[in-house]
Design a protein. Structure first.
Length: 369
């Protein structure tokens, strides 16, 4: 009888301890087995070098996390981001890391780490070649006209001061008649600023020469600022495209990579996009004029364009993104009653790497500071 009661007590204790044992086993599982880590080719975050080894921002970051946590892992390649998320959600992968945009539909299926990279959905367009007409149109831009008006006002004020100082001491060159004298002062300030200096007007009084000396050095700064305004206006005209933002995509031929979130986002916004198998293929079509814009993550587009000698001058990425995004590390989900220890370990290590500045170092190796 006592034996049966003893066995029953043991059974009850085992049953009560089982949830805690399973939780402890889950907590320690990340260190006692190899992790299966999925990735996909997306430069500069994950790609293979000439020797076939994986490299990139995301790969280097994961290697740092694995080294600090003591993980053993095996890398497996997925075809695209959606497949990568599907494999993590199904439990076939423990971790997915590349350039995975965190969004609600994915967060319901997998557990995401904290943000590893802030990005944005960019628009690549063709850079328009400069033309005589586009350069002429610069003369009618608001910035240019404001610069001209401001410069004319400064020239007039300097000429007024010079005329006031010279009209009696040097009435031959700065006439006492206000209309002619003010014009002479304006003329002198203009030719002095442009360093032309015809010599037909020159101050003779001490005050006039001091003003002239100050004006000569001040003119250097003014000319530089004026030149910068013109150059900025010309650059804007030369690089402008008929597509300047998201609102211009609805009536344009737009491309995006098949199986990626940009394709889905464009579709949700009513933009019909042509699917391409790869980003270089889409950018090649853009450079050839087959499409008007190609949409993908900004850092990826910039990396691809800067790395191609022909595209570097023919294509550009618009500054304003369609929307801001954040990349995260996808982690295999656990039951609701069980802590996802793997995600917690990744988050803690990711924070350490950020604070130490190691993540910035990794990024600078591929896309500069």
């Amino acid at each position: 009888m006592r034996t049966k009661r003893g066995l029953g007590l043991v059974a009850v204790l085992v049953a009560l301890a089982y949830p805690f044992a399973s939780t402890a086993q889950e907590a320690g599982s990340t260190r006692t087995r190899n992790l299966i880590v999925g990735t996909k080719v997306v430069k500069p975050f994950a790609f293979k070098d000439a020797e076939g080894r994986w490299t990139g921002i995301s790969i280097d970051l994961w290697e740092e996390i694995a080294r600090r946590q003591g993980y053993e892992y095996e890398l497996r390649e997925a075809r695209n981001t959606n497949e990568l998320v599907d494999l993590v959600a199904a439990g076939e992968l423990d971790v997915g890391i590349a350039a995975i945009t965190m969004k609600p539909s994915r967060a319901r299926r997998v557990d995401f780490s904290n943000s590893m990279y802030k990005s944005g959905l960019g628009i690549a367009v063709r850079a328009q070649a400069p033309s005589a007409l586009s350069m002429l149109l610069v003369l009618f831009t608001g910035d240019f006209l404001k610069a001209i008006a401001g410069l004319a006002m400064v020239l007039f004020l300097v000429g007024l001061v010079m005329w006031g100082l010279e009209r009696r001491a040097n009435s031959e060159e700065f006439e006492e008649d206000p209309r002619r004298g003010l014009w002479s002062g304006f003329w002198w300030s203009a030719v002095t600023m442009t360093t032309v200096g015809y010599g037909d007007k020159a101050p003779r009084s001490v005050g006039g020469r001091l003003v002239g000396l100050v004006w000569m050095y001040t003119s250097i700064i003014l000319i530089s600022s004026f030149t910068a305004v013109i150059a900025s206006s010309l650059t804007t005209r030369q690089l402008s495209s008929r597509i300047s933002g998201e609102e211009d995509l609805y009536d344009a031929r737009v491309g995006a990579k098949a199986g990626e979130s940009p394709m889905e986002i464009l579709g949700n916004r009513g933009v019909r996009a042509i699917a391409f198998d790869s980003i270089p293929e889409g950018l090649e079509a853009l450079a050839a004029g087959d499409i008007d814009a190609f949409v993908h993550d900004q850092p990826v587009l910039r990396y691809e364009i800067l790395g191609n000698r022909d595209w570097g001058t023919a294509l550009q990425v618009l500054v304003k993104p369609i929307r801001e995004e954040e990349y995260g590390i996808a982690v295999r989900p656990t039951a609701e009653s069980v802590r996802n220890v793997l995600r917690e370990e990744i988050n803690a290590t990711l924070l350490e790497i950020k604070i130490a500045g190691r993540l910035s170092e990794i990024e600078s190796n591929y896309i500069g500071n």
